[in-house]
Write a protein that binds this ligand. Structure first.
Ligand code: 5AD
Ligand code: SF4
Length: 478
């Protein structure tokens, strides 16, 4: 495989950055906002800077470079970035008082959407770059280190970002534990009228199956037991299998499940339109595929769904859920909801509550509609007043909260395999994930269980987590 060779331009600029032998290593701090795709991207930014002598630190205080990897999906996310930049301005001043430099970059979707405006509003920023260009980070840093002017890069370049990222085994950030994300698809062609993603992440792109398998194997070799496949429209992933036949996500999941040592697979986020038969069959046939599906519906009103350009109505959603439940009866369902989309009446909102009651969700995310500049819904005249949005969100969350608590409480008494991937607050407390993505806490856990899949007896189900204990004869499952 030669397609992942870095283009000569990047290699040359890395040379320009190479630390003197014996010189102290430089430090990079990346702060991540928003979705899991950004978590994956942040780790890749650290990877691309490693050959230039940078290692990751977990505070901005002694960093040479700070990157804010931003999210633009809703209002507050962008506001948080600007207030963080205010704090960084102070840090930069302090450092320059000590004769030290601090390079400040803003990456991700706010950077993509704001472009030049970002440097005008926050001149402290040296570098603004969108999600499609972070493989060029070493080149940007080299230009700035050589005294070049501030950089704003928001084009969608022709070179393939994934193709030029370091090989999996060269990655410093490859695996930090038993669970990992793996981006398989990016961008979106659906153009829901409220959403910035098609503009900030660009059009839909699927990574080739061979590269995905290679990365997954490297993750498993590094100790990963559970992989979450990521994409803005992950179930729109398509490629060709080893025989050259067209393949969709269900086929990819079957191929990944063959990897020895990989115990669990998940994927997020899906669109109802792309829930094909092959994927539903994978839920039925592939034991490694966890019984959990995040399938955003946004609204239960056909009128609003049409105005959102979702390309499905409530009935289509019900039929998909029926097929999935027929294939995998214990599947836990999750969704995203938007309240107060322009023109939403009380009757539309009640249709959403009705859909929630009919389907029954184990977990969900819900948001007030937030107009995104450049999207069609933002300029609609019949915007819903803020107080109405807040009141609807409260009612919606109360219902979703009840369903979540009922689902979690119903797990008490069951025994479930839990993958322990975090340490709890208390001494010897471990936290892991159930098959249904619930957080499970246990006390008095032997340290060797960290990173393992273990059977746990669930004793209590709370709104946001479960509490359990090890079985007497507990053995490590994987
Ligand atoms: N306002 C509110 N919520 C939004 N989302 C996307 N765009 C907006 C917006 N403009 C929500 C959707 C999507 C999730 C990732 O964020 O519910 O599924
Ligand atoms: Fe945004 Fe709709 Fe695409 Fe999801 S499917 S990323 S909500 S445009």
């Amino acid at each position: 495989m030669h397609d992942h060779q870095a283009p000569s331009r990047t290699v040359a600029s890395e040379e320009g950055l190479k630390a003197e032998p014996g010189a102290p290593r430089k430090k990079i701090f990346v702060k991540t906002y928003g979705c899991q795709m950004n978590v994956y991207d942040s780790a890749r930014m650290v990877d691309v800077m490693a050959p230039s002598g940078y290692s990751e630190v977990d505070t901005p205080d002694d960093a040479d470079i700070v990157i804010l990897n931003t999210c633009h999906i809703r209002e507050k996310a962008a506001d948080k970035v600007y207030s963080e930049l205010g704090r960084l301005r102070e840090l930069k001043k302090e450092k320059s008082g000590r004769g030290e430099e601090l390079l400040i970059g803003v990456a991700g979707c706010v950077a993509q959407a704001e472009g030049e405006e970002m440097r005008r509003r926050a001149p402290v920023v040296d570098l603004v770059f969108g999600p499609q260009t972070y493989h060029r980070l070493p080149e940007y840093v080299a230009r700035l280190a050589n005294g070049g002017p501030g950089i704003v890069e928001t084009e969608f370049p022709a070179d393939d970002k994934f193709g030029t990222l370091p090989m999996p085994e060269k990655r410093k950030t490859l695996a930090r534990g038993a669970t990992a994300f793996l981006t398989i698809q990016e961008g979106c062609d659906k153009f829901c009228t409220f959403c910035v993603v098609p503009y900030t992440r660009g059009s839909e792109f699927s990574r080739p199956i061979a590269r995905i398998l290679e990365e997954a194997r490297a993750l498993v070799d590094a100790g990963v037991r559970e992989i979450t496949l990521l994409g803005q429209n992950v179930n729109a992933w398509h490629g060709v299998d080893e025989t050259g036949r067209p393949a969709t996500l269900g086929r990819l999941i079957r191929a990944l499940a063959q990897i020895d040592g990989l115990a669990r697979l998940r994927y997020t986020t899906s669109h109802p339109r792309d829930m094909d038969e092959e994927l539903i069959a994978a839920h039925r046939d592939v034991p490694e595929l966890m019984p959990y599906l995040h399938l955003p519906v946004q609204s239960g009103s056909d009128r609003i769904l049409a105005a959102m350009n979702r390309r499905h109505d409530a009935d289509t959603y019900y039929r998909i859920i029926d097929r999935i439940r027929a294939a995998k009866p214990d599947i836990a369902l999750s969704s995203d909801f938007i309240v107060g989309f322009p023109g939403e009446t009380e009757a539309d909102f009640e249709a959403t509550l009705g859909l929630i009651r009919t389907v029954g969700f184990a977990q969900a995310y819900s948001f007030k509609y937030s107009p995104r500049p450049g999207t069609p819904a933002a300029t609609e005249e019949d915007q819903v007043p803020e107080d109405v949005k807040s009141e609807r969100l409260q009612r919606l969350q109360a219902l979703l909260g009840e369903q979540q608590l009922a689902f979690n409480a119903g797990c008490a008494g069951r025994t479930m395999p839990v993958l322990f991937d975090r340490r709890g607050r208390g001494e010897s407390q471990l936290v892991g994930r159930s098959p249904y993505l619930q957080s499970v806490h246990i006390d008095d856990a032997p340290e060797h269980l960290f990173g393992s899949l273990v059977d746990v007896v669930i004793e209590e189900g709370h709104r946001n987590s479960l509490r359990g204990r090890l079985r007497e004869e507990a053995g490590v499952l994987v």
